[in-house]
Design a protein around this ligand. Structure first.
Ligand SMILES: [Fe+2]
Length: 233
């Protein structure tokens, strides 16, 4: 599996708090069947600038790589970012540096408030102005926390891709809706959004289990195949 969204880099955001935690998260991800994981540490434009973010991210990655050595017990890592939406993102050229490496994908996290059409318009516009494919982060989180189940419909006809968290399938109250979205092809990527080995631990394997138990192994393997293809794996 490919985990599209994670906070596995050590000591860079509210995710992994140490090299040891990062290694444990990677091992656990691998054990659950993840062979590629995207490191999407938080980027907040109001308190950071892309150049210093990239320097910190690359330093955290170098430390982690050194600790991983040549071991095969870890998934491949691709470096990206989870960018909190800000007005002006579509004309912020330096956001190009935060595109997920060796892909066209830019992971954008909408703010936790009702979504405006202006916000969606601007995220969509990033595709043209920044030459990327914008991906909306964990749409299921907004549905649940804002209690708004119309969000999938609102992005349906837009040139945006959709990432959901594995917990969308794991939570009993959203499971049926998650399966329906998967069947209808409304989900483009799945991620654990794992932050630690406690309350927000890697859970891609758990979601995969739920999907297979629901009798959707075939649909899930087709989904995985599409994801591998766009990653060139
Ligand atoms: Fe995240």
């Amino acid at each position: 599996m490919i985990d599209f969204h994670s906070h596995i880099l050590p000591e860079i955001d509210d995710g992994s708090d140490s090299i040891e935690t990062s290694l444990a998260m990677l091992r656990e991800s691998r054990r659950q069947g993840v062979d590629l994981i995207c490191a999407t540490s938080h980027f907040y434009a109001d308190e950071d600038d892309p150049a210093s973010y990239l320097a910190r991210r690359n330093h955290a990655y170098a430390r982690l790589r050194a600790a991983m050595g040549d071991s095969k017990e870890y998934p491949e890592i691709r470096l990206g970012a989870e960018i909190l939406y800000f007005p002006g993102i579509s004309v912020a050229e330096e956001m190009r540096g935060l595109i997920l490496e060796r892909t066209p994908f830019l992971l954008v996290e909408p703010p936790m408030m009702p979504w405006s059409e202006e916000m969606l318009d601007e995220v969509e516009l990033c595709g043209e102005t920044l030459s990327c494919i914008p991906v909306i982060a964990h749409i299921d989180r907004y549905m649940r926390l804002l209690n708004d189940y119309t969000l999938f419909d609102r992005v349906k006809d837009r040139r945006l891709l959709i990432q959901v968290n594995a917990s969308f399938f794991v939570h009993h109250d959203t499971r049926d809706f998650a399966l329906e979205c998967l069947r209808e092809g409304r989900i483009h990527f799945m991620g654990s959004d794992c932050h630690n080995m406690g309350s927000r631990r890697p859970n891609m394997g758990h979601a995969a289990q739920v999907i297979r138990h629901a009798g959707e192994a075939r649909i899930f393997s087709d989904f995985q195949e599409r994801v591998y293809r766009v990653f060139g794996n």
